[in-house]
Write a protein that binds this ligand. Structure first.
Ligand SMILES: Nc1ncnc2c1ncn2[C@@H]1O[C@H](COP(=O)(O)OP(=O)(O)OP(=O)(O)O)[C@@H](O)[C@H]1O
Ligand SMILES: [Mg+2]
Length: 269
């Protein structure tokens, strides 16, 4: 438990409703309440798990934190500073510090870019180094995800790689700027179990080496318990539990958490 560390991410009463209109005249307009008054602190250096069933609001929470989505209500703080409304230079600066990897690596990889171009792109966008320095940074990042020797991968394209390799490239791209905070949204749910374990190990090594703070999103309480320092359980857009994995499993306060525990009989030794 690294709880005494400083808070890096703070959500204060965040709410988000999606409105979809079926026609131009807004007949059949539907509202989906994705998040209701979500408040949450994530401490620097910890791996924080967000667990919940499909549609509970996990991805929306991740996307709000990396500012791919705006809340309707509530505040988002990074390092104690309100970043709910930041724009322009401040937003670009924030984007250097936080990254997100997705369930489907194609959400972060452009299929028309080679591995080298994909992984070096964030360095170009943020104007980091010259071409030689960038090459070294790309090599370091590919090494850290186990794609070695890195130069052998430079000119490959995503479709020429396996799903596991594609996810490693997406992680290498996310890590090349050495972010302070990483959201990993079910990064292994499309992969075979044996490959998923490799990806978990890579994430866990990177976390230790760079002391990056992680928000790990999963539908599996067992996976979260294995990897995370603390866990929040989200149910229909509301946080229903928050605490250490052991406390939650020993003392679930919400029936949905009990249902998650019952789904994994090995929790009840
Ligand atoms: N862009 C959008 N437009 C309309 N509705 C959306 C949008 N994004 C999410 N939603 C809805 O908001 C709710 C929460 O979605 P979200 O993707 O956050 O769930 P999730 O917990 O990540 O689910 P999953 O485990 O299936 O990935 C769902 O009902 C979803 O249909
Ligand atoms: Mg999701």
């Amino acid at each position: 438990m690294k709880a005494p560390n400083k808070v890096i991410i703070q959500l204060e009463h965040i709410s988000k409703t999606f409105r979809t209109s079926a026609s131009l005249f807004k007949k059949n307009q539907k509202e989906v309440i994705a998040l209701k008054q979500v408040s949450l602190n994530i401490y620097r250096g910890e791996i924080f798990g967000l667990v919940g069933e499909s549609g509970s609001g996990k991805t929306t929470t991740g996307r709000l934190i990396v500012k791919l989505e705006e809340p309707d209500d509530g505040k988002l703080l990074f390092d104690g500073k309100d970043i709910t409304k930041i724009k322009g230079k401040a937003l670009k600066n924030f984007r250097r510090k936080v990254q997100m990897i997705f369930q489907d690596p194609y959400q972060s990889l452009n299929p028309y870019l080679s591995v080298y171009d994909s992984v070096s792109e964030p360095l170009v966008i943020h104007n980091v180094g010259n071409s030689e320095i960038r090459k070294d940074m790309v090599r370091e990042s590919l090494n850290s995800v186990g794609l070695t020797p890195p130069d052998d991968f430079f000119y490959r394209y995503p479709h020429q790689m396996s799903g596991g390799q594609r996810q490693r490239i997406a992680i290498a791209r996310a890590m090349v700027l050495k972010p302070e905070f990483l959201v990993a949204d079910e990064p292994t749910s499309m992969l075979d179990a044996s490959i998923a374990i490799h990806i978990f190990n890579i994430l866990s090594e990177i976390q230790k080496k760079l002391n990056v703070t992680f928000l790990f999103i999963t539908h599996s309480l067992a996976a979260a318990r294995h990897l995370c320092d603390r866990i929040a359980v989200i149910y229909k857009g509301e946080l229903v539990e928050i605490g250490s994995a052991e406390d939650i499993i020993q003392n679930p306060s919400h029936p949905y958490t009990q249902a998650l525990i019952d789904a994994h009989p090995r929790f009840r030794y």
